[in-house]
Design a binder for this molecule. Structure first.
Ligand code: TYD
Length: 212
């Protein structure tokens, strides 16, 4: 089972991913927790280029292809082998981030993003995607106040982050069976309870289907 987390910056995804991974491990699942961009040595090198404040002149197309190259490595080196071994993969962001940020945010054509993404991911689509939704301004404020280092990608304007959020909403509408939307503007433990409920319900539904 392949679960991804999406959401605007400052939605608390990383904490929720980690807590879910620990929970599923305690239930006996073999869990791989990963994040984008990153998750492999090569992908982490690409991450450095993407985050570097020196690279202010990077074009959205360059950015997208770098995210895609980091993703291509992660899928082949880590995600696919883990799924093939019967494990659960949890990823903090995946290709939906490219559609939201480089597509809806920067205006790259969605069809081109989808075509390159099919190659990058070898057409691997998550079974379940959780959108941790939060108002763009509130998310950015949380991001600034939680002490995380400010990187080049945090520097985009509020209007950009609002388009990203709107983009996520459109993607949910277009593919409701894969997405679940949770309100990220609530305490960590309450949100984590909701995350666990959603995942448990999804897993129960799947095992029912495979029994019948
Ligand atoms: P990161 O520091 O990992 O933060 P977050 O907790 O918000 O995930 O930064 C990842 C940044 O990269 C974030 O601003 C979203 C952006 N991003 C894209 O623009 N496109 C992508 O395809 C991915 C994976 C991330």
């Amino acid at each position: 089972m392949f679960i991804t987390f999406e959401g605007p910056d400052g939605s608390g995804k990383s904490t929720q991913c980690r807590l879910l991974a620990e929970h599923l491990q305690s239930l006996g699942h073999n869990v791989l927790l990963t994040r984008e961009p990153g998750g492999t040595e090569i992908s982490n090198q690409v991450r450095q280029i993407l985050m570097d404040m020196k690279n202010k002149s990077m074009f959205p197309a360059t950015e997208f292809l770098l995210f895609s190259s980091a993703r291509a490595q992660l899928v082949r080196e880590k995600i696919k082998p883990h799924l093939a071994g019967g494990g659960v993969v949890i990823s903090d962001r995946y290709f939906d981030s490219s559609l939201a940020y480089q597509g809806y945010g920067h205006g790259l054509p969605l069809n081109s993003i989808r075509a390159v993404t099919a190659l990058a991911t070898d057409s691997l689509i998550p079974d379940l995607t959780l959108l941790l939704d939060i108002d763009a301004e509130r998310g950015l404020r949380r991001r600034q106040s939680n002490g995380a280092e400010w990187n080049r990608l945090d520097d985009y304007t509020l209007a950009f982050h609002q388009r990203v959020r709107q983009g996520y909403m459109e993607m949910v509408k277009a593919e409701p069976a894969r997405w679940r939307v949770l309100n990220a503007d609530q305490p960590v433990d309450i949100l984590q309870e909701e995350v666990r409920e959603v995942v448990a319900a999804f897993m129960a539904g799947r095992s029912q289907k495979s029994d019948s």
